[in-house]
Ligand binder design. Sequence first.
Ligand code: JCE
Length: 224
Amino acid sequence: MQIEVLTLFPRIFEGPLDESILKRARDRGLVNIRVHNLRDFTHDKHRVVDDKPYGGAPGMLMKPEPIFEAVEKLRQPGKSRVVLMTPQGVPLTQQRARELAGQLHLIIICGHYEGVDERVREALVDEEISIGDYVLTNGALAAAVLVDCVVRLLPGVLGDNQSAADDSFAGGMLEGPQYTRPPEFRGMKVPDVLLSGDHGAIARWRAEQARQRTKERRPDLLKP
Ligand code: JCE
């Protein structure tokens, strides 16, 4: 898979994409991620990327020209999916991430300021995604979250153990409590059943704990 990120803040991506599993995936050639500075697609002396909204509204919008120029240069007809990060987008879910992981070429536009000129949506964007109902200062961190979420699903990126963990979340329940050594720490004991060696009893206990925790914290996940 090839991913192009279009942003005004390319350095925001340096940290998240250059560590751990994402770094290894890139080094192994499982994904090719390029981060492009939208200012490089301007032609004026001051490399202006924003302007005031027509009709008078507070704040600034991203101008269409640099975004059009970048997408038209990078997109490959019939192959590229163009995604806009925006608070107005559909919420990111594991299901949507799996769907995007099946694409060959993603172009991710990070919104900045109060939004982008509507003609970007009209003419360039295939889908708009939000990472959740809370406010960020700009779209770059949202795009980094999307990239992380999609890249870990690409074939070969995770080991088998971690892939299984993904399946369990996809199974729609929260994980219950987990323990490692020592069996007693500052007076807090590991539940006896986990030390019992009775794998049937352990499986039943885990299922019940997961159900309780999900009911308590995320009842929305239990609804059909
Ligand atoms: C973004 C902004 C609200 C106006 C571009 C936020 C947030 N949870 C979220 N998912 N995606 C975002 C996001 C994506 C792109 C942009 N902002 C800040 N937020 C209203 C502007 C600007």
